[in-house]
Design a protein around this ligand. Sequence first.
Ligand SMILES: Cc1ncc(COP(=O)(O)O)c(C=O)c1O
Length: 410
Amino acid sequence: MTFPTRDECLALDASDPLAAYRDEFVLPDGVIYLDGNSLGALPRRTAAHLQHVVTQEWGQGLIRSWNDAGWFEAPRRLGDRIGTLIGAGPGQVVVCDSTSINIFKALTAALGLRPGRDVVIGDRDTFPTDLYMMEGATAGTHEQRLISADGPALADVLDDRVAAVLLTQVDYRTGRMYDMAAVTAQVQAAGALMIWDLAHSAGAVPVDLDGCGADLAVGCTYKYLNGGPGAPAFIYVATRHEDATQPLSGWHGHADPFAFTPDYSPAPGISRFLVGTPPLLSYAGLEASLEIWDRVDMADIRAKSLALTDLFISLVEARVGSHVEVVTPLDHAVRGSQVSLRHEDGYAPMQALIERGVIGDFRAPDLMRFGFTPLYVGYADVWDAVDVLTDVLTTEVWREPQYATRLAVT
Ligand SMILES: Cc1ncc(COP(=O)(O)O)c(C=O)c1O
């Protein structure tokens, strides 16, 4: 079987319109980083920005920085900047809390908007926190129905009892992507609200929340958006739902937080989805990376993402197709920005790859997962990564006992 040569990949890198962004990231020598779908790489500018926030805004500005350095406005300011990446007009996104907590707020807000309906739908295959939070948010009040790639399908369980549907647009294991516009329309036609988890979409694929008429959405900033480990999440609430009630009625969501009244009165608009004091140092990491994202066209990201994943898939099939099964869809329309390979073990080969400088990750029970981040991954990286993978699989070096020990984080 023929496959592209390394020189052809170098030629693609030379004509890549996004190639210059690579220098904006710190990437260790000898590492090919294919795990930006888990933790994005460090932008070069982040350290200096954090240094500034720590030494100047905190060190010198002290408490005054809540006003003078824009700390108080950070959740809305950063929310609007993320909004431009996910098709959300201003005033509908805030950066706050974790994705898990935002799922809880989004779900309970949605359920409150559909009184009298007693069913929620989730996805059995999704990242489990979505299911755990759904359980917590609906225990004793709503029946849960779970769809799956193996069935039942959404159409099988959607009826006039359903209040809300929570789905992750890009599946964390397989990289399969839902058609956001079609699914949103299907859910709304049944009178339910549609909540999207964009953990593997934001900064990975073009998203048009307003255009699709989505109701609510949540997502991470530490993956493709490079905000840093544990960077705050975001929540989107369509303007038509901005009077919805969310149950975590903390003082940053109050209409007048500094009036210090004993009663809770929710702020107008998206601010009511805030809860407590924002962790400003984490916001600073995200603010630094968004300066890069402000300059990026998501259409360029998508074009290169598909080219990189196509290249990876074709090299894998040609060189190690008998050792692994590509579980990520080949159809562009339903593929996110990762490729997952099923292998009889999965864990040990990934450890062997990591030791050789190719960093992906493992998702139980048997998937080797590779994320493709067009800002800092190039075509020759893909070629080199598959070369190392070929060596690891064909020599069976992964069977050596040191690769079998499971670490806490896989
Ligand atoms: C679909 C999805 N939702 C949520 C999360 C994480 O949520 P949190 O940031 O609260 O840990 C992940 C993490 O990978 C995820 O894949």
